[in-house]
Design a protein around this ligand. Structure first.
Ligand code: HEM
Ligand SMILES: *[C@@H]1O[C@H](CO)[C@@H](O)[C@H](O)[C@H]1NC(C)=O
Ligand SMILES: *[C@@H]1O[C@H](CO)[C@@H](O)[C@H](O)[C@H]1NC(C)=O
Ligand SMILES: *[C@@H]1O[C@H](CO)[C@@H](O)[C@H](O)[C@H]1NC(C)=O
Ligand SMILES: *[C@@H]1O[C@H](CO)[C@@H](O)[C@H](O)[C@H]1NC(C)=O
Ligand SMILES: *[C@@H]1O[C@H](CO)[C@@H](O)[C@H](O)[C@H]1NC(C)=O
Length: 325
């Protein structure tokens, strides 16, 4: 062999080595079925520094995805990801779990979103490195164990995007627990490749779905108000001229509507915030003005009473539309 071909061979072998070497990693994969719907989380524990590299991918059909180091919400270091606004990228929000409530953003967690992150092909792609994630104020990551506990959760399927790391997220649709082999994940630092199967990881139990009582009662209250109580109240006044019954129904329905509204605020899942708010403001206006107008006799149908009646019907239409959205 000539010196030149020796050199060429060396270069080729060297390049092949560079291309093939992928970072050590452990990967948790939930098979999402048909399309590119897998939920995958891979971790690399850098051996020359304190860094922790990770890759999180999952379908944008969920408003948010999250993984957390720990075996329950309380005390866990949680990475939440959701769509950023208008730029095809993702927002990565490091948070600390405090119990069965929304985890709170922690600005001390030094995590960087890396090149190659974004939303591609209906999939959130997060490539990141955290410089201080092996210990936090309420817990620690054991990098010398084959069974480090982790949790995951996915948000409800409704459109949501924000550039704010403190954005409030709705209650999970599903969550679960798994363990990872952190020794297998240790090696030269780097973002793991996309995994297509479990490696150095195992589910603990199966996925749980959250039953959302708030959502149920919100839907129940709002639909009985807008489909049943308000229409009956309007008929009482317009068709039968029963003003007392109308007032009673409207006040009762409004109390129910407010309860439903605050449930939606609590869940932070106002399906359509603007319409919902307009409807609630209009309802307050109707109640206040209703008491003033109803001093005039219904048969008179003064212009003010007509306006009251039109706004009332508008509320009904908007309320029903908002329910459908
Ligand atoms: C708005 C935010 C959140 C709220 C209000 C919330 C609330 C709750 C509640 C009430 C439970 C009890 C069981 C159930 O609902 O069926 C629970 C369990 C759980 N959640 Fe969350 N959660 C939130 C965010 C998250 C996030 C971001 C994760 C990310 C990993 C997560 C992971 C879990 C896990 C693993 C459990 C079962 C273990 C445990 O009880 O801690 N949650 N959550
Ligand atoms: C996008 O996802 C579809 C369905 O899984 C797949 O067939 C296609 O190759 C993907 N395209 C790219 C650019 O990744
Ligand atoms: C998303 O943001 C990260 C970090 O700023 C950047 O490196 C990446 O290129 C961005 N992705 C897209 C699709 O713009
Ligand atoms: C890792 O764990 C093993 C046994 O669990 C222990 O013998 C060893 O000292 C630990 N190594 C470090 C660096 O903590
Ligand atoms: C880190 O891991 C790589 C293999 O991924 C190995 O070649 C290197 O020697 C390790 N460095 C240290 C400091 O252990
Ligand atoms: C999703 O996961 C399944 C099983 O783990 C695997 O066969 C499939 O190739 C994965 N799909 C993608 C797009 O990674």
């Amino acid at each position: 062999m000539s010196r030149l071909s020796c050199l060429l061979l060396a270069v080729v072998v060297g390049l092949a080595g560079l291309v093939v070497a992928s970072p050590s990693a452990s990967s948790f994969v939930l098979n999402g079925g048909q399309n590119n719907n897998n939920f995958t989380f891979s971790v690399n524990v850098a051996n020359e520094s304190n860094d922790l590299y990770f890759r999180l991918e999952g379908p944008i059909g969920n408003s948010w995805l999250a993984v957390g180091a720990g075996d329950q919400m309380a005390g866990s270091l949680i990475f939440v990801v959701y769509a950023a606004q208008d730029n095809g990228n993702v927002t990565l929000s490091p948070r600390i779990g405090t119990g069965h409530v929304e985890p709170s953003f922690d600005e001390d967690i030094d995590v960087d979103l890396l090149d190659g992150s974004g939303i591609f092909n209906y999939t959130y792609v997060v490539k990141a490195v955290c410089h201080n994630c092996r210990r936090w104020n309420s817990g620690a990551l054991n990098v010398n164990t084959t069974k480090q506990p982790w949790i995951y959760a996915v948000g409800p399927g409704r459109p949501f995007s924000s550039n704010s790391k403190t954005a409030s997220i709705g209650l999970h649709d599903a969550y679960g627990e798994f363990t990872m082999n952190m020794i297998q994940a240790t090696g030269a630092g780097g973002v793991p490749d996309l995994a297509t199967s479990m490696s150095g990881a195992a589910s603990v139990g199966s996925a749980h779905t959250s039953f959302n009582y708030f959502k149920l009662f919100h839907a129940l209250f709002m639909s009985s108000v807008f489909v049943f109580l308000y229409p009956l109240g309007i008929i009482s006044a317009r068709v039968f001229g029963w003003i007392r019954i109308h007032v009673f129904k409207m006040v009762f329905a409004t109390m129910l509507a407010f309860t439903g509204f605050f449930l939606a605020v609590y869940m932070s899942t106002l399906y359509n915030k603007i319409i919902g708010l307009v409807v609630m403001i209009a309802i307050v206006e109707q109640i206040v003005m209703g008491f003033i107008y109803h001093r005039t006799r219904a048969e008179e149908r003064t212009p003010k009473v007509k306006v009251h009646s039109w706004i009332g019907q508008g509320i009904l239409v908007l309320g029903i539309i908002n329910g459908g959205l």
